[in-house]
Design a protein around this ligand. Structure first.
Ligand SMILES: [Zn+2]
Length: 165
């Protein structure tokens, strides 16, 4: 396997951080000037990031990026699960998906599953952040193998994850 040089990898990370500021309107609009509390989910904005906890007295109401995406029905991640193995282990696979969400959301309030649409042979779910969609795909591939396809939008702020087995 080819490995990238650490410096190059770090460079890419920095570029991405700039891209994030430039392109993701949801993150931009959910950055309040001072401390804030989300009226929908209760997440608290403090020291530059959204977190769970008690809001201070001066916290102003401000919708977080996840709740704004939920209200406007604009998911950042699409995850599709399908295949014969999935059909036979649907509950088990979904439990793993929910578990990933719970673990992420505990530390990062903006990482959430938005909707789950159950079809006969496949399930499609949406997420409030591309990171969670990607993470769910990786967790499924490492637990069950199968085929994983991940496609980012050119600005990297939306992602489609397809997992089949
Ligand atoms: Zn919120």
């Amino acid at each position: 396997m080819k490995r990238r040089e650490p410096r190059q990898r770090q460079r890419r990370h920095i570029d991405r951080a700039f891209d994030a500021l430039r392109h993701d309107p949801y993150l931009e609009r959910s950055k309040p000037a001072g401390s804030a509390v989300c009226p929908d989910c209760g997440a608290v904005y403090r020291r530059g990031r959204w977190q769970w906890g008690e809001a201070g007295e001066r916290a102003k109401p401000h919708l977080c990026a996840a709740c704004r995406r939920i209200r406007e029905r604009q998911p950042a991640g699409h995850v599709k699960l399908g295949g014969a193995f999935f059909a036979g282990h649907r509950e088990e696979v979904l439990a793993l998906v929910r578990n990933e969400e719970t673990r992420e959301k505990r530390l990062h309030p903006l990482q959430r599953i938005m909707t789950v649409r159950e079809g006969r042979d496949a399930i499609e779910l949406t997420t409030t952040d591309p990171h969670l969609a990607r993470r769910i795909g990786d967790a499924l591939a490492s637990a069950y193998r199968g085929t994983l396809a991940v496609r980012y939008s050119p600005d990297e702020w939306r992602v489609r994850v397809d997992w089949r087995r």
